[in-house]
Design a protein around this ligand. Structure first.
Ligand SMILES: Nc1ncnc2c1ncn2[C@@H]1O[C@H](COP(=O)(O)OP(=O)(O)OP(=O)(O)O)[C@@H](O)[C@H]1O
Length: 664
């Protein structure tokens, strides 16, 4: 059994429905330490044969056996491994990776071994020294001569310490001096016990071999043994690994650095989309916050005032009255009935408190009153202090204590005159209620109270503590009947729901029992509209993202097309399909992350400028980019970029290595 055996290799290409048989049954055996020259005319199928031996082409008949194991029996992973561990390729046109330095080109193969990074660098430098390029390690391929490039390619092929070196016309692009240098190196490689197979159409080059195989018309014409194979030198076994994402990421970075302007432009383009989205979201939440701020500085949106829904009180008794006294009694009775009907009891309060999301309920009382100060009497509405009255609306003084009253600004103006209304503070105000006592007699409740505060609202309201009203009424034997409840809801988002539940409560007559007033649902609806508008604007801004996704797709396709040959080289060196797709996903990931960062910076800039421009007008930051919006921006940018990379990366991974290598 030989080290490498070719069994009846046949290969044909079909072009325009015509079959062109290139290899017509090749049988050859090779041993380690041999330096084989395959000599043949141009177009004779030498490269085709090398691609088959090198595991790049598997569309052929016959079989290749390595140490007795058939290449045909190997699966994709094993074939990748075969190329990575057993084969070292040297091409006529060098096929160096243009954006990697000489050292990094050699390192590419070394990265597939399990030695430490420091050792890999040391080995790469030693290999470059061996091919006489220790001075050029940090140069790029376009800064080298043809001979130098080929020596880099030899160093790269040797780097993974393969058993077989395949050199396809290694001197085809070189002058005679460089040809001699390259062939000497190849000879020395064979002398170390490796199998070197060189393909050439030059007799001079073929003469370097220990055996010359003459390929003619797709068949072995003759074989000439010139010398014995070299002794095989025992060597330390090399441990291999696949190129990981980190390595592919590094390569992508190097590629992007070389093409920085292109990538900078696309990152800039994508960042515009990201920044418009975060600014739109920031504007939406800023407007929402501003409106909520404006409204809640006047009213408490989570406090809903609930009163009884009452029907009309019957006036039948009044109509039947035959005397003035009976008429008056009937009218008083109507007033008492109305007050009883409107009464919100503690049972009602408990019922309201049981509704989900209701934090507390508090009973209160309101009625109309006459408020007098000196000679001025004003009709006012009296109500007990409750959470709908926000402390921040009190512009002068404070909330009422016992026997104190908080009044609206309009009332204060009526008392003291427009300019001096603030002087109403601490003045004595008399409130008078016309009501009916427990004996059904008309009663006038009168009480002088001290003004504790003035609200900013332009009304004639008077606000007192419940116990103040209670005391006033009971002193005149009038029943205190709370006629509203303040329902405090846990948060704004639940106000609408609670209001619906309140409305749904039916009384014994199966009719709606309560009415409510509050602006929570209004704010909620307003917020919904603002959110809707924000979503529409964000969606429009999202079109920019769609455009950037298309730009990324185009750039990556261009990149795949430009790098087709590089992809072929990587596959020849043993990179897996997955490694190839990682190359493009890494680029997309970088674009996505950098576009997100740039987009957020732009967004912050717009936020700053926008807020500065509008601050004098409304004294409120109208653009508010939240942490969540930023996180969302980064996620969207990265996800879109990765999605954009799907098709190009897939296409790159599926490229045929042989076709990639012959890509012009
Ligand atoms: N993909 C292909 N489709 C069709 N025909 C092909 C294809 N690749 C190669 N051939 C044909 O196969 C023949 C052998 O090509 P190959 O490259 O193996 O020759 P070669 O001996 O290496 O030539 P050279 O010394 O010029 O490199 C050529 O005639 C070529 O036209």
């Amino acid at each position: 059994m030989s080290f490498l055996e070719l069994h009846d290799i046949r290969k044909a290409y079909t072009l325009n429905h015509q079959e062109n048989v290139i290899l017509k049954g090749i049988n050859l055996n090779f041993e380690r330490g041999e330096f084989i020259s395959i000599l043949g005319e141009s177009g004779g199928g030498k490269s085709t044969l090398m691609n088959i031996i090198g595991g790049l082409d598997h569309h052929y008949d016959g079989d290749v056996l390595l140490d007795g194991q058939s290449l045909r029996s190997m699966n994709v992973r094993q074939m990748d491994r075969y190329r990575r561990e057993t084969i070292g390729f040297i091409f006529q046109n060098f096929n160096l990776v243009s954006y990697l330095t000489v050292l990094d080109n050699v390192m590419l193969s070394l990265k597939m071994t399990k030695t430490s990074h420091a050792k890999q660098v040391q080995e790469a430098q030693e290999l470059l020294k061996r091919v006489g390029l220790e001075q050029q390690t940090h140069q790029y391929p376009n800064e080298l001569s043809g001979g130098q490039k080929q020596r880099v390619a030899i160093a790269r092929a040797l780097a993974s310490d393969p058993d077989i070196i395949i050199a396809d016309e290694p001197t085809g692009a070189l002058d005679s001096e460089n040809t001699q240098e390259v062939m000497d190196i190849l000879y020395s490689i064979a002398a170390e016990g490796k199998l070197v197979i060189t393909v050439t159409h030059s007799q001079e080059v073929a003469d370097y071999g220990t055996r010359i195989v003459h390929l003619d018309d797709g068949q072995i014409h003759d074989e000439l043994v010139i010398g014995a194979p070299f002794d095989v030198v025992d060597k330390e076994p090399t441990r291999y690994r696949t190129l990981g994402f980190r390595q592919m990421f590094r390569m992508s970075m190097q590629h992007m650095r070389r093409m920085w302007l292109r990538y900078l432009l696309i990152i800039f383009g994508s960042s515009i989309g990201i920044s418009s989205i975060v600014v739109m979201l920031g504007l939406g939440s800023g407007i929402q916050n501003y409106m909520n701020h404006q409204i809640t500085s006047q009213v408490n949106p989570t406090a809903v005032q609930v009163s009884k829904k009452t029907g009309k009180v019957s006036t039948a008794a009044r109509k039947k009255a035959t005397s003035a006294a009976a008429y008056k009694a009937a009218v008083n009775q109507e007033q008492v009935t109305a007050a009883k009907n409107a009464e919100v009891t503690t049972t009602n309060a408990k019922q309201l408190a049981a509704i989900k999301h209701v934090k507390s309920t508090k009973l209160g009382y309101y009625t109309s009153t006459q408020a007098s100060y000196k000679k001025t009497t004003v009709t006012a509405s009296l109500q007990t202090d409750n959470p709908t009255i926000l402390s921040k609306t009190i512009k002068n003084g404070s909330r009422p204590g016992t026997n104190q009253v908080l009044i609206g600004r309009k009332l204060a103006k009526k008392m003291m005159g427009k300019k001096n209304y603030r002087k109403a503070l601490n003045k004595k105000l008399t409130v008078k209620l016309a009501t009916v006592n427990r004996k059904n007699q008309a009663a006038t409740v009168k009480q002088t109270l001290t003004v504790s505060g003035i609200t900013g609202s332009d009304d004639t309201s008077v606000v007192v503590l419940p116990k103040t009203v209670k005391k006033m009424l009971t002193a005149k034997n009038v029943a205190y009947r709370p006629n509203f409840a303040i329902v405090q809801i846990d948060k704004l988002a639940n106000v609408k729901q609670v209001e619906h539940k309140i409305k749904a409560i039916k009384g014994a007559d199966k009719k709606q029992q309560y009415n409510y007033t509050g602006i929570g649902d209004l704010i909620d609806s307003l917020n919904t509209y603002i959110r809707l508008a924000t979503n529409v604007l964000t969606g429009v801004a999202g079109i920019a993202l769609l455009v950037s996704a298309i730009m990324i797709i185009v750039v990556l396709y261009v990149s795949v097309s430009e790098r087709t040959r590089e992809i072929g080289v990587l596959r020849a060196l043993g990179a897996r399909k997955r490694d190839i797709s990682h190359l493009f996903f890494a680029e997309a990931l970088t674009i996505g992350v950098l576009a997100a960062i740039m987009g957020l910076l732009f967004g912050e800039g717009w936020q700053f400028l926008g807020n500065m421009a509008i601050y004098n007008l409304i004294k409120y930051p109208i653009v508010r980019i939240s942490g969540a919006a930023m996180l969302g921006g980064i996620t969207v940018s990265v996800v879109i970029s990765l999605l954009a990379a799907l098709a190009p990366a897939h296409m790159a991974a599926r490229l045929d290595p042989v076709e990639s290598l012959s890509h012009e």
